[in-house]
Design a binder for this molecule. Sequence first.
Ligand SMILES: [Fe+2]
Ligand SMILES: [Fe+2]
Length: 290
Amino acid sequence: MNAPGDTSRAGADRDGHVFELELLGGNTERRFRKMRPEVEAMPWGTLDLSAASPEDLAAARMAWTGAAYQEHRTAAACAITLRALIEARAPIDLIAVASRFPLDEMVHVELCARMAMECGGGTEIVFNPSQMVLDPDPNERALMRAAECAVRFFCVGEAISIPLLRATWHVAQHPLPKAVLGRIVKDEAAHGVFGFSFLDWALPELSERDRVVLGHAADKAIRFVYQQWDYTARHRRNPSHDGDVLGWMRTDDYLELARRSMQAHVIDPLEARGIPISAQLPETVPAAAR
Ligand SMILES: [Fe+2]
Ligand SMILES: [Fe+2]
């Protein structure tokens, strides 16, 4: 996402695409709506923005557009994981459960994009489709490719997002963001446990060396999250007035919960499974926010 006047994307790779979305409509949309009827049942069009300042609205539009893009990336991560699970001949029921995840994420994409529209419209994001998510190491065997996806995308990415989403849902007051976040929280609960269910099945087949390799993969994903915290800490947001249309958490609360969640829901459970983590919690970034 680029701030107004930010020219950095002028130098972005030539494969840059603007993140825009559409629905095909007709029978396809009807089938989609039938699969997830709760989306249309949400109280769309009920946000009263009259008390919101232009800054609130701009922040809300950027945040929901960014969230839509992150959900879109996660859909790609779920699809890559699914392929790896099938190639690794993971248990049928485990694969079947994971096959719902890309659909969940596309629902989340639509929900977040519609929230941005409710707040006045999406903001511009330029992205490279070839670099949305990192594929697993093609030189590894099928089981390790699946394990790498499970660790990076689920044991780290999804597991850290769940307590944060749940807390955000708790502070949301208006029925519309409450319904949107509630739906996402409900779906993500299954995503969060999936990575560890996979690992518990795969562990007997993973050597010491495999676990070290997976630890490096987890480190990479964890450090990526730390970078996001760094950005969040530098773009603080502490809404406290009635006109706040985001209804999202105060930055300090968010970062504090993020720290605790990373330890309890990511690092501890990975290490309990013999996967060594080097990317321990940084002292500086979150400490500066407390
Ligand atoms: Fe999601
Ligand atoms: Fe998810």
